[in-house]
Ligand binder design. Sequence first.
Ligand code: ATP
Length: 296
Amino acid sequence: MNPIAFERLTHYYGDTKALDSLTLDVPAACVFALLGRNGAGKTTAIKCLLGFLAPTRGTARILGHDAAALPPEARGRIGYVAEGQRLVPWMRVRELVAYQRASFPSFDGALCASHLKRLGLPEKRRVFQLSRGMRAQLALALALAQRPEVLVLDDPAMGLDAVVRREFLDVMIDLIADEGRTVLFSSHILTDVERVADRVAILDKGVLRVNAPLDEVKRRVRRYHAHFVGEAPEPPPLKGLLRAHRRRSELVLTVVDGEGSVEPLCRELGARAVEPEPLGLEDLFVDFTAERGGAA
Ligand code: ATP
């Protein structure tokens, strides 16, 4: 059984449809990245998954339970860190640690202490005296020390500097590799996603557009540069065309599964050369979700 499963999950805030029939499984021992532009529905999906929001229709299941009726025992096996997470501001770091230890039977005090030490988080300081990035680090350290079976992170890297982010990602990889845990995380830092994710899903205005292993997405989506003598023509009708634009004598086409079809079509239009370019996740994401992007 998959530790996380969304089935036809739809959520409205008043008249705003934030999620439109999301069906998605997150397999065990996977680092799964949930991507999408601002307002795409990522936080809404995560809130439904943790039972913080009741879906309008459909279900979200986590560790075999309907998220709408999550028993405390299951909640203890889930770690959660959200952007701008509110930690009790007047508590000292060490008091928060003690509080977490009392709340979660699986809490690993030694692990927490080692994270705090490595991150240089002063245990005597109160939460409101920490910087935004330090609060984010503290929230991560607490969640990791819980040794959760499923770790859900909503934009956890917000406010973290590059060094700490890199370290946090390494910890995340260790967690998965050594212990076979499952991580669902949303992020706008696509270079990070590219480093750690096994699978990616892209939400676009509440609709799931991509759900595949990262390697597969990168293999199937290519950008083609077709060079013409003189002005480039209008883009040809192409199956899988995500984005097309003309730059004087060059036609640039981003296409899903275009191998074998793009080059002959461009040659027919008079292209003198057609060069495929593999895309990094950031370019791929932009072409999938930019306003003019067509259906894949
Ligand atoms: P971001 O990357 O900016 O955090 P997101 O992908 O997490 O965005 P959501 O926060 O899930 O997006 O928002 C999805 C949609 O729901 C947006 O149109 C947003 O304006 C709307 N929305 C979110 N929360 C509320 C709310 N409490 N009341 C009304 N509309 C909301």
